[in-house]
Design a binder for this molecule. Structure first.
Ligand SMILES: Cc1ncc(C[n+]2csc(CCOP(=O)(O)OP(=O)(O)O)c2C)c(N)n1
Ligand code: SF4
Length: 292
């Protein structure tokens, strides 16, 4: 090979676009919200997709890390606050929602986002959801619904379908599963949405609306546990059975919300939103009454 035809050091042999992607990410501001701890979730876990959508939404709304608190319960989802650059509270099992409500009540200026798994939120913590919802505390609760206990290695959770074989039910789960979206609507959360970890471009706008909502916003995200669930919420099963709510869908109609939530098709989007006084509005009103 002559000297003139040899490759130079400056020109990359193969342009994979990795450097460009890295530069785009660095310029986007997304990394401002990520801590130095790299996530310890299994490769392929849906939680990476949820994290990306949440981070994009927070970045777009320009919520600064010092005004942001993540509160979690116990489970793989419970590790979330460690991976984010914000205030964080890794609470006890099933108590993420009341702890998040407590943080908001103590300092209403903070944006509070509670995260947790279906076991944490609907099993051991199931009794707390209804009360935070009816008080309309101004926090967002993202339920990472993988239909299984992930951290403890694949036991039946409250959202595991009937007949599914799990670590605790080797002959199949006999119990009817709960559906978090219909629960949220029937408790009348002032914001209820459903998203999917594998559909990030749809998940980010849902998150953005949830974080901007005044009152309790409840987002249920279906997310594959690639390690312990090979039959239910898998990337393969979700493909094709997942549709955005129709363009003319009325998210202020609670009966429509329930109808779509109970449908066999997995609709995603914001099912219901209403504006009503929050916990803090009532607090202020009570204080004024007491003063006068
Ligand atoms: C009081 C109490 N009971 C049980 C456990 C064991 N435990 C830890 S995480 C978990 C369930 C996790 O499942 P889920 O909430 O769905 O979250 P995931 O791990 O799937 O993200 C259980 C039963 C515990 N830590 N504390
Ligand atoms: S066990 Fe399941 S939920 Fe937990 S990190 Fe692994 S894939 Fe995700």
């Amino acid at each position: 090979m002559s000297e003139t035809s040899s490759p130079t050091n400056e020109a990359p042999l193969l342009d994979t676009g990795v450097e460009r992607d890295l530069q785009n990410v660095q310029e986007s501001g997304l990394l401002d919200y990520r801590s130095e701890s790299l996530p310890t979730w299994c490769p392929g876990c849906g939680y990476y997709g949820i994290t990306h959508a949440m981070t994009e939404a927070i970045n777009e709304l320009d919520i600064e890390p010092h005004n942001l608190v993540f509160v979690s319960g116990i489970g793989c989802a419970g590790r979330y606050p460690f991976f984010m650059n914000a205030y964080g509270l890794h609470a006890i099992h099933g108590r993420a929602v009341p702890m998040g409500a407590g943080v908001k009540i103590a300092n209403p200026d903070l944006s509070v986002i509670v995260v947790g798994g279906d076991g944490d939120g609907l099993g051991i913590g199931g009794g707390h959801l209804s009360h935070a919802i009816r008080r309309n505390v101004d926090i967002t609760y993202i339920l990472f619904d993988n239909g299984i206990y992930g951290l403890t290695k694949g036991q039946t959770s409250p959202t595991t379908p009937q007949e599914q074989i799990t670590g605790t039910h080797p002959y199949g789960n006999p119990d009817m599963p709960l559906d978090a979206v219909t629960l949220g609507i029937s408790y009348r959360a002032s914001f209820v949405a459903r998203g999917y970890a594998g559909q990030q471009h749809d998940l980010t706008p849902i998150m953005r609306r949830a974080f901007a909502h005044k009152g309790f916003s409840f987002v249920v995200v279906y997310t594959p546990c690639v390690t312990f669930d090979k039959v239910n919420i898998t990337y393969e099963n979700m493909r094709g059975n997942w549709k955005p709510l129709p363009d003319d869908y009325d998210d202020g109609n609670i009966l429509e919300a329930m109808k779509y939530a109970m449908d066999d098709t997995l609709w995603h989007g914001v099912f219901y939103e209403e504006q009503r006084p929050t916990f803090h509005d009532h607090e202020r009103e009570t204080a004024e009454k007491a003063r006068s």
